[in-house]
Every structure is written in C-alpha cells, then in structure tokens.
Design a binder for this molecule. Structure first.
Ligand SMILES: Cc1cc2nc3c(=O)[nH]c(=O)nc-3n(C[C@H](O)[C@H](O)[C@H](O)COP(=O)(O)O)c2cc1C
Length: 201
C-alpha cells in the first residue's frame, strides 16, 4: 500500500501517522491560563532533541474545527510550561486529562491530582509525577492552518525534577522503576516492561 497525503483525507493521514510512528512518549503538560487556571493535557507528538541546552518539542495540533487548543493559547500568552513523564501508575489519569473541558476548569482537579509550585516557571508541576521538566518556550512553529495541523512548541528545559524512587543508585534513572507508558495507533498504549540492552559499537 502507498499513501499520498496530498490526495488522502486528513483524518486518514492522521491514523496512518500515529499508527506507524510508534511508540510515542507522552508529554503530560501543565500550562497556566491568564486567569490562573492550571491546564493539564497529554501530547504524544513529543520528544527530546538535545541536551546543550536540553530541548523538548511537542505539538498541540489545531482542533478538528481548526481552533487552537487551550495549551497552545496559554503558551502563546505566557511562554512557560512543565512536561511530566507519563508513567504506568498514572496512565488512567493521563488519559482522563485529555478530556475537552472549558478553559475555566482545571483537568488537575478533574483527575484528583495535586500541584506544587515550580522553581523557575509560573505553571506549577504535578506532585504525583516522578519526573517534571520546567520549560521556557523558545519558539512556536505553526506547520499548517487546517484541522490537525501541527504547532511545534520548542521548549528549553530550565529545571528538572526526578523522584529519588526512580533512581538506580548511581544517580541515573532506572527505566524499570520509572515505568513510562507510550502511545501507539488507535486506542493502543504500551508499557516499558519488556526491556533489552545493547551496548553501543
Ligand atoms: C495519550 C494521548 C496523547 C495525545 N497527544 C496529542 C498530541 O500530540 N497533540 C494534540 O494536539 N492532542 C493530543 N491529544 C489530545 C489532547 O490531549 C486533547 O485534545 C486535550 O483536550 C487538549 O487539551 P487542551 O485543550 O487543554 O490543551 C492526546 C490525547 C491522549 C489521550
């Protein structure tokens, strides 16, 4: 099968993209609205792209009606966010916070979570999450104007929080303790419980 995006309906292109670029880590992102409401939502168009300085990118796409999601609107205004790791013990809450709620309501209380103040940015971080990356927006790159068009949010990580409980005893992060989850196509997610090691040549 071959798929030419220029002649394929956008919802189908979306299903192929998320079905073949897998597994995708899930950024669980807090932002702050102008009236101080903490917004929390998951984004699997996400990854890290360097370490000097540490840079992450995620994409709040345009909604199917072409409007901007609350996360993107908050970032355009304040330019600060916190990315949390999505881990197995919180997977249901991560999913729950993808619910569309009015900007005046917080997904934090919807999911029964709590926040603690961040150190270098105004949006708080999620207390229950073992990893939180405080970020400043370097650039937002819109890549289209229609439904499901990408908006690349490029963020510089200015502070990292890692819970002692997920460390390996040598100061590193132990993936067997962190237990991140990731997203595949359709409604499939995966765990990171089937690990293997390879040494670099
Ligand atoms: C696991 C998961 C991953 C998601 N990834 C994305 C994504 O990469 N980009 C996106 O725009 N929406 C994604 N969504 C949907 C958003 O979380 C959803 O539209 C949410 O309501 C956006 O919240 P906001 O309007 O408060 O920003 C994802 C949902 C789930 C459950």
């Amino acid at each position: 099968m071959q798929i030419d995006p220029s002649s394929t309906p956008v919802p189908e292109v979306y299903q192929y993209v998320v079905g073949v670029v897998t597994p995708r880590p899930i950024a669980w992102v807090t932002t702050l609205s102008p009236s101080g409401v903490v917004n929390l939502a998951p984004f699997s168009f996400f990854n890290a792209f360097g370490a000097n300085p540490p840079v992450v990118v995620f994409s709040p796409t345009l909604r199917r009606d072409g409007t901007k999601k609350d996360t993107l609107l908050n970032l355009e205004r304040l330019g600060e966010f916190v990315v949390h790791a999505s881990v197995a013990s919180l997977a249901e809450k991560v999913n729950l916070t993808s619910k569309e709620v009015p900007p005046s309501e917080s997904e934090v209380s919807l999911a029964g979570l709590t926040t603690v103040p961040s150190v270098k940015v105004k949006p708080p971080r999620i207390a229950e999450s073992p990893v939180a990356l405080e970020c400043l927006v370097k650039q937002i790159v819109p890549c289209g104007t229609g439904p499901i068009a990408a908006n690349l949010v490029i963020g510089e990580v200015v502070m990292m929080h890692v819970a002692d409980a997920v460390l390996d005893g040598k100061g590193g992060v132990d993936p067997r303790k962190l237990e991140t989850v990731a997203r595949l196509g359709g409604a499939f997610w995966c765990r990171t419980s089937d690990l293997f090691e390879q040494q670099r040549p």
